[in-house]
Write a protein that binds this ligand. Structure first.
Ligand SMILES: [Zn+2]
Length: 319
């Protein structure tokens, strides 16, 4: 999810209530293994992402900090299942619905952890915080969100390049980076003992693929590395949890989208023609039940992304 689109998304999803997309039970704590929890955030009303948390022998590691209001939703739910202190919050990537709750998590006792790319992306986009020119994404988000306006940006202060491991002999969580996907700083939380993966937005279960900060061709390859782990349980960052099919379906959606756009490229179509083919592409994708749920408000931007990655020109601005 893109923090800038948060309010737009709320409106768009409001209009999509009757649309056939996967919707699990939001705001319900799901115990996915002993001491391992998943919580599907209310994206429709509040733009919240999903969270996870793992209760170690003497601390709690939280997956994603959510928006500030999302962090406030899950903190009491974490405290309801354990009295262990919340010591770490892991930003799966830099977007506001995953990282803008960092300050709330910090106030609850957590040190913020992320792939080095999370900090690099924040430095690129949070131009106000880092002393650059003009407002950054935080300030844009704060215009539409009281929770953001009432908090402040807190970048991660513990960074990793490839892997950071939490292991107390009872539980093991490996934070892993496999390359570019949804962003240039995606981290995955892999629990090898339970074969559970928390994916961040690099894998979602529904029409939530914002592609503006990633690379579709790299994304498909990056998911291969996660499939190779052979997870039994997949906890996406938006939409309900599921089995390994969630990863496979996410990957198939992008493979299919790229294939559709590639055919147009090979046929010598222009940017305008590809732009005009959006409905045809949508109908073609919709024929496959495994990927139909991924078609949503971002489809036109996704098609343009695929097209420009293939060397095509940006789509003309539509009046
Ligand atoms: Zn995101």
């Amino acid at each position: 999810m893109n923090p800038l689109r948060g309010s737009v998304l709320v409106l768009a999803l409001g209009a999509l209530v009757a649309a056939p997309f996967v919707q699990g039970e939001v705001n319900v704590v799901e115990k996915v293994a002993t001491d391992v929890y998943f919580h599907e955030g209310d994206i429709g009303r509040f733009g919240h992402c999903n969270n996870g948390w793992i209760v170690f022998n003497d601390y709690v590691l939280v997956i994603d900090a959510n928006f500030p209001s999302g962090a406030q939703v899950i903190l009491p739910k974490i405290k309801a299942v354990t009295d262990k202190p919340i010591r770490f919050a892991f930003d799966t990537h830099h977007h506001g619905d995953h990282a803008y709750g960092n300050e709330v998590m910090h106030e609850a006792g957590a040190t913020i952890v992320g792939h080095a790319g999370v900090l690099a992306e924040m430095k690129r986009h949070e131009t106000n915080y880092f002393g650059g020119k003009g407002p950054g994404r935080w300030e844009d988000a704060a215009k539409n969100r009281k929770d953001v306006a009432a908090s402040k940006l807190r970048p991660p202060s513990v960074l990793f390049d490839k892997q950071l491991t939490f292991d107390d002999g009872t539980h093991r969580v490996e934070l892993l980076h496999f390359g570019v996907a949804h962003t240039h700083g995606d981290g995955w939380a892999w629990l090898p003992n339970e074969r559970i993966v928390f994916t961040g937005d690099a894998c979602v279960n529904g029409p939530y693929n914002y592609t503006g900060d990633g690379n579709l061709h790299e994304w498909v390859k990056t998911i291969d590395h996660v499939i190779a782990l052979k997870p039994l349980k997949v906890c996406p960052a938006h939409g309900p949890s599921g089995g390994p099919e969630v990863l496979a379906n996410q990957q198939l959606y992008f493979k299919s989208l790229l294939s559709e756009v590639r055919q147009l490229k090979d046929a010598g179509k222009t940017a305008s023609e590809v732009q005009a083919a959006a409905d045809v592409i949508k109908e073609s994708l919709r024929k496959n039940d495994r990927i139909a749920i991924y078609i949503g408000q971002y489809i036109n931007a996704q098609i343009e992304k695929a097209w420009t990655e293939m060397g095509g020109a940006a789509f003309p601005v539509q009046q």
